[in-house]
Ligand binder design. Sequence first.
Ligand SMILES: [Zn+2]
Length: 423
Amino acid sequence: MEQARLRRRIRRPRRVTVLLTTAAVALGASTTATAAQLAQSSFLSGGLARASAPCSPAPVPGVEMSEGLPTPPGRVRSTGTLKALNLMIDFPDVRGEGTARERFREFFPRTSDWYRTSSYGALDYRAYAPVPRWLRMPRSFASYGIKRGSPYSPGYRRLVQDIVNAADPRVDFRLYDLVNVLVTPNAGPSAVDTVLSVTYSGLRDVPKADGVPLTDVSFVYSRQDDGSPTARHNAFRVLPHENAHAFGVPDLYTADGGGKAGHWDVMSEDWGAGNDFLAWHKRKLGWLGGGRFACATGHGSSVHVLSPLAGPDGKKLLYVPVSDTAGWAVEVRTQAGNDHAVCKPGALVYWVDAAVDSGSGPVVVADSAPDSGGCAKEANANAELTDAPFGLHEQFSDRRTGVSIEVTGRDGDGRHRVRVTRP
Ligand SMILES: [Zn+2]
């Protein structure tokens, strides 16, 4: 268990090359509640909060997968009905372990249910498996040379072409919005040690099938299962994570692991106890319409009421813009819905920066209790940040930008009243 908790997870960002055109500046600025953590985080240097900063920071040119809004075109749509083609594959040297149907059932209907819950019903994720057996690849697994961080060419290009050749007689690829390749779990290393799972999204010059380029393909290997009950039950979340890349959502873990955003988003940690998306990601995915979003602009104080993220009603996200690309976000997290590991409910405060790319820490959670060790009761969650939310009468303040956020009230339904003060 300890080993599982300590393991470092590094998953390949969606593309072969990650262009980082924005210099991240490590700030020495401190925050009363979160000095230790924020001192090591990367912020754009940015002066004081600007009252005129935008409530919807745009994607920043040169950032491949940005937190900016709206997500640039070319991504898979994350509202309405989504049709996912699932193909289970094995190899001459690595025969399918169990049946292909069993492999499919590791991920469904759980992935569809997870998305329905997270999206408040906005995304109707339909999974299809028109070939209910292992599709045997013509070459050995070893011959594709797949490793963590493998580029698309030549290995994945060859694999996708072989998948097309094997499936095409029985599959009309025109019917689907994205493809999940569920690889037999005995191919490659254990996901507890090395994560091979990856999504290629938006690439040009990819193999076509039925006249359609296979631009959005998620590959899932092994199982994120270290034997603990929660890990086994929730191991499917690698697929919601991978599919979210096809929707344009970046990775929140970094080369150092999940210390920036902890267990507060499936793009940071997708193993262990169940978790949800941050409200920011729900907004990015188009699920926070109907007055579920508020923005605190202007000088001075304003008061806002936020409902728990897991419930259907009320405001879910408050954003306090600080610069053209970045600001503080606030949401209320409770142990409900997709969130299983919440041990200190409250107002989660985090920094979002559209200028920081996937895998470099575009989100940094502010810890209400730095160096506390957290309150985690579940293994496999970043322990330190599990008690990050701010409780009643607790206050976050950021000396650098002058923004402060205080929880001034809480009712029996979990609604939190927060007062934002900005210079
Ligand atoms: Zn990822």
